[in-house]
Design a protein around this ligand. Sequence first.
Ligand code: T6T
Length: 317
Amino acid sequence: VAAAGTGAVFLGGLTTSCGGGGGEGEGYRLALIVGVTGDEFYTTMECGARAAARKLGARLNVQGPEEFSPAAQTPILNAVVQSNPDAILIAPTDRTAMVGPIQSAVNQDIPVVLVDTTIEKEEIALARISSDNVEGGRMAGEALAEQIGGKGKVLLISVKPGISTTDQRKQGFEEAIKQYPDIEYLGTEYCNDDPTQAASITTSTLQAHPDLAGIFGANVFSGQGAGTGVRQAGKRDQVSVVAFDASPTQVEDLRRGNLDVLIAQHPNDIGRRGVQIAVRYLESGEEPENKQITTGFTTVTRDNLDAPEVERYLYRA
Ligand code: T6T
């Protein structure tokens, strides 16, 4: 249950199937503010953060907005800052709009670790932990090119401009498909992190371009919506869909053939490393030597999704 805006800082927070934990004891008080609640990428990140907090004897409070927007995330961050935690881990929902609110936390001497997304003034953070999103976008572009035999019309569906991760995926995707002279890029459409909007973008693109060959959905909800749109149009055999992330719905869509390739991030690692870095800093006062920590990817297909080394990276509800 989302505790957004309730001010229930350090009392509740989100709970996930990976269990509570990291909520009690006398250790450091850490807060994790995710990009949006109800997104299994962040649920899985929370699981990693909780496991690390449990191990290190830290308390972890998890909060998040109900929509992926700086307007919804800022009051949550402000309330967390008011509660004066020992450190904050945050996935900022906008590169520019979240600079001021994060600067306010830093001004109060609260160390901030950026998880997943980043901001323009990223040097104010103690560390950043994320996937290499440009590289992930390139991987998606290559995978889509392979799926469609290097030719045809392709569309990118993303969240909204101004989010560091999805903008970088777009950059990498565009770099990759540029190498294929027979791929015609129809450009990017934004779904506002809403799978229904992503599905209707897919439907209307298919009306305008009945010969559409492929779609790259740049996150959980863009990918889910693209899969739904293609299925509803009865074009599963014609349109290949590559999506970022590996939510349970996306994995089910992959199994059923609505999606073809998933680029899974390793959000559990992001959460775990974030807590470890924060606690190490609180204990020693030493800043991490490496301010950017990059976590990996796993490419998921129908053929490998049940293999243990792949299955362990599928996101948790
Ligand atoms: O793709 C992830 C995350 O990396 C991105 O910053 C926002 O969307 C997700 O949470 C997935 O929905």
